[in-house]
Design a protein around this ligand. Structure first.
Ligand SMILES: Nc1ncnc2c1ncn2[C@@H]1O[C@H](COP(=O)(O)OP(=O)(O)O)[C@@H](O)[C@H]1O
Ligand SMILES: Cc1ncc(COP(=O)(O)O)c(N)n1
Ligand SMILES: [Mg+2]
Length: 529
């Protein structure tokens, strides 16, 4: 068993410590602590691997990441063009700056270009205690360039590995650490994991990303007692640059949050697999191995028809809210109804489905989104944040008894549109504080699309509009006979009207929408005169 090593507590006592620590800190500065990983690694100018991957992986996993840079590489998707090692005493200075000031939970190492740098790191770890050490024994980049020469092997074996809570070599690195043994099969990987464990690390993960002829991406985890064969599907992509750095950072991040080791490794592997899947078609650089997207934003396929603009309040001008019952009654599909409304001039669409099965609602949302995107019209989902997320719709509209805007904002992120139904000044104020983009105010007139919904009338609308800090759309019983009156009042912040029955409880959606659009245009131009 390992004699030295950084003590990794079990998750229970770890949480206890965190609670004690954070309450202590709260007393001191009124703040709470956040899980913290220190990455000691090299910089990759192409930002697929190294420090840059570590920062992104920790950010994606919700953990703070500080950085000590050991080496600066000139690197891209073709390979490593040059390496400039940071002087050892300057690496020591960076370690001291971070560790003497900040409460680091886990140290993760990547490229350690010289024996001197390893020694400096080990010295720091004796001076400042951390909870765990994750060692990714980076030696050769996937492009074949040497990042740490063979002279470092004995220091890795004799001094660094015995301190590690986990070491995560790829096949080539495991082979090098074990004096060049052959590693070609999963059985070889098991054998290597056992031999590496005997060098002192508490856990070993031999990564099989580069295992020849393997349909799956297989990694072998060994904790000294049991072997675990961790399998995921092998994603067909060129964008695997930085998978090793990312995996190790994610393990460190999960450990910093308090996960047990095997859980941390499983989560990290799942995260890499998901990120590769999302990024499999992105194209960055002309070389053989591209970076992937740690934040999973460049979801394959959807980029090409993403809305180009941020929310524009004038989109509220003619706001079409669907009703499945009405469209069924007139014998048309939701997609056809939405397409007709857009053709007639609707400037934003909200899908409102109170009874549909979740699976059907999701399919409807996706089909409607395709129509809306092709016309540059935003599509919002009523109430169902899950459907908005799953369909990648442009946002949600929530009522007072639905999810609060602030929670929806946290789930949906900064770019999505959030609207809130408000009847009072207080609700409008709350919507603004919660991070909404607009409010819907009503019912202005009585309506049969919403039972037991008290109307606020034009006076109520005026009160809310005058106090609102957000753009307003009027809703409730609005149709061709009264829309003009509403808009001609020239209320502050009022940007348009939202309608349900006036468009969808009619035989010809296209004609009705055109009529209402023309009327609104006239009302807003007469208001301007
Ligand atoms: N094409 C792929 N599909 C799914 N997982 C992969 C793929 N390539 C690598 N991985 C996973 O990424 C992690 C890093 O492995 P590997 O690429 O072997 O390390 P390194 O980047 O250090 O060479 C491992 O968990 C491995 O299984
Ligand atoms: C600065 C730096 N650190 C680590 C790696 C290894 O990453 P990979 O094996 O995925 O090429 C790298 N290429 N550059
Ligand atoms: Mg790799």
């Amino acid at each position: 068993m390992a004699s030295g090593g950084v003590i990794l507590s079990n998750s229970f006592s770890f949480y206890q410590k965190r609670i004690v620590m954070s309450s202590r800190m709260q007393e001191k500065n009124g703040g709470a602590s956040i899980p913290h990983v220190l990455s000691v690694a090299g910089s990759d100018s192409g930002a697929g691997a190294g420090i840059q991957a570590d920062l992104k992986a920790c950010a994606a996993r919700g953990v703070y990441c500080s950085t000590v840079i050991t080496s600066v590489t000139a690197q891209n998707t073709v390979g490593v063009q040059a390496v400039h090692a940071v002087p050892e005493d300057f690496v020591a200075q960076q370690l001291k700056s971070v560790l003497s000031d900040m409460q680091v939970d886990v140290v993760k190492t990547g490229m350690l270009p010289s024996v001197g740098v390893v020694k400096v790191l080990l010295q720091s770890l004796t001076e400042f205690s951390v909870r765990a050490l994750v060692v990714d024994p980076v030696m050769v980049s996937t492009s074949g360039d040497v990042l740490a020469g063979p002279s470092i092997l004995s220091t890795f074996r004799e001094e660094l590995l015995p301190m590690a809570n986990i070491v995560t070599p790829n096949i080539k690195e495991a082979s090098a650490l074990l004096g060049g043994i052959r590693l070609e099969t999963v059985a070889d990987m098991r054998n290597a994991a056992e031999l590496l464990h005997a060098l002192g690390p508490r856990n070993v993960l031999v990564k099989g990303g580069d295992l020849p002829d393997s349909l799956d991406a297989v990694d072998i985890f060994f904790n000294g007692e049991h072997f675990y064969e961790l399998r995921s599907s092998r994603i067909k992509t060129r964008n695997t640059h930085g998978t090793g750095c990312t995996l190790a950072s994610c393990i460190a991040a999960e450990l910093a949050k308090g996960s047990p080791m095997l859980t941390a490794v499983r989560v990290a592997k799942r995260y890499v697999e998901t990120a590769l899947e999302y990024s499999k078609d992105i194209l960055i650089g002309n070389g053989i191995q591209g970076p992937f997207d740690h934040l999973l934003r460049l979801k394959s396929g959807s980029q090409s028809f993403h809305r180009k603009d941020a929310f524009n309040p004038s989109d509220l001008f003619l706001y079409a809210v669907t009703d499945s019952g009405m469209n069924k009654k007139w014998g048309r599909s939701m997609v056809d109804a939405v397409a007709a409304a857009i053709q007639g001039g609707a400037t934003i669409v909200q899908l409102r489905e109170k009874d549909a099965e979740t699976r059907d609602f999701l399919e409807t949302a996706k089909s409607c989104l395709a129509v809306c995107r092709s016309h540059g019209v935003p599509l919002l989902i009523n109430d169902r944040v899950d459907i908005a997320l799953a369909s990648d719709a442009d946002g949600v509209h929530v009522g007072q008894s639905d999810m609060p805007a602030s929670v929806a904002r946290t789930l949906l992120g900064p770019e999505k549109i959030i609207g809130v139904s408000c009847k009072t000044i207080e609700q409008a104020q709350q919507a603004w504080i919660g991070g909404a983009d607009y409010i819907g105010s009503g019912g202005v007139y009585s309506t049969n699309t919403k039972a037991n919904n008290p109307t606020i009338g034009l006076d109520g609308l005026k009160t809310v509009c005058s106090a609102s800090k957000l753009p307003v759309v009027a809703i409730g019983g609005i149709n061709a006979s009264n829309a003009g009156t509403v808009m001609e009042m020239g209320l502050p912040n009022l940007k348009g009207v939202a309608v349900v029955s006036a468009l969808f409880d009619r035989e010809n959606v296209l004609a009705e929408t055109k009529k209402l659009h023309a009327l609104l245009m006239e009302a807003s131009s007469s208001k301007m005169q």
